[in-house]
Design a protein around this ligand. Structure first.
Ligand code: SAM
Length: 189
């Protein structure tokens, strides 16, 4: 059952609706691995998930969570690199790409996503999307860099060619103005 909690959960829940067993997907910000785990479960043992983070600690936490849940197998690749370099590592079209921006909640808040690499990465993600595939972005405007990312992503999403993409921007109307925002973008089937 779909639960409306916040943009973070909603972006993951909605993205799962696009995935089928055997699909390929990308977690562009692995963090503690919760989103990677959800993607691995959605694509099943025959699928493929590429999970990126710039912090070894994040990939270690992701690896531990996957092992705990028995999905640490050939379906997943953990990649220590910026998501700006997605196209160096992902060798096939993917059904979904998920971005949960910001910092590792338990880590160094200076190691946050940054507007220039975020913009490079979402551009690369769209190029990798298979027809009918979707990209979700959860953005946190409650801190300075997050506010810059939101403004840049709003301009970027508004400029996408409507013949190729449908771009949704959503916020919870009864949450604080600076609560997380969601973008969901689908490539035309
Ligand atoms: N999806 C995660 C989960 O389920 O636990 C949470 C992600 S956390 C909010 C954001 C993550 O993005 C942090 O782990 C941070 O290290 C990572 N990050 C920051 N800049 C990055 C970049 N350029 N490329 C890839 N990951 C990056």
């Amino acid at each position: 059952m779909l639960l409306l909690r916040n943009a973070r959960y909603l972006s993951r829940d909605l993205l799962e609706g696009f995935l089928r067993p055997g699909d390929a997907a990308v977690d562009a910000t692995a963090g503690n691995g919760h989103d990677t785990l959800a993607l691995c479960q959605a694509v099943g043992p025959a699928g493929r998930v590429f999970a990126f983070d710039i912090q070894q600690d994040a990939l270690d936490a992701t690896r531990a969570l996957l092992a705990e849940n028995h999905v640490l197998d050939e379906r997943v690749r953990l990649i220590l690199d910026s998501h700006a370099n997605l196209e160096r590592h992902v060798d096939r079209p993917v059904r979904c790409v998920l971005f949960n921006l910001g910092w590792l909640p338990t880590g160094d808040h200076r190691l946050t996503t940054r507007t220039p690499s975020t913009l490079a990465a979402v551009g690369a993600a769209l190029r990798l999307l298979a027809p009918g595939g979707a990209l979700s972005i959860c953005c946190y405007p409650g801190h300075e860099e997050g506010a810059r990312e939101l403004a840049a992503l709003q301009d970027w999403a508004a400029g996408l060619d409507i013949r190729q993409f449908n771009a949704l921007e959503a916020r919870f109307a009864n949450q604080r103005e600076d609560s997380p925002k969601l973008f969901l973008i689908q490539r035309a089937p």
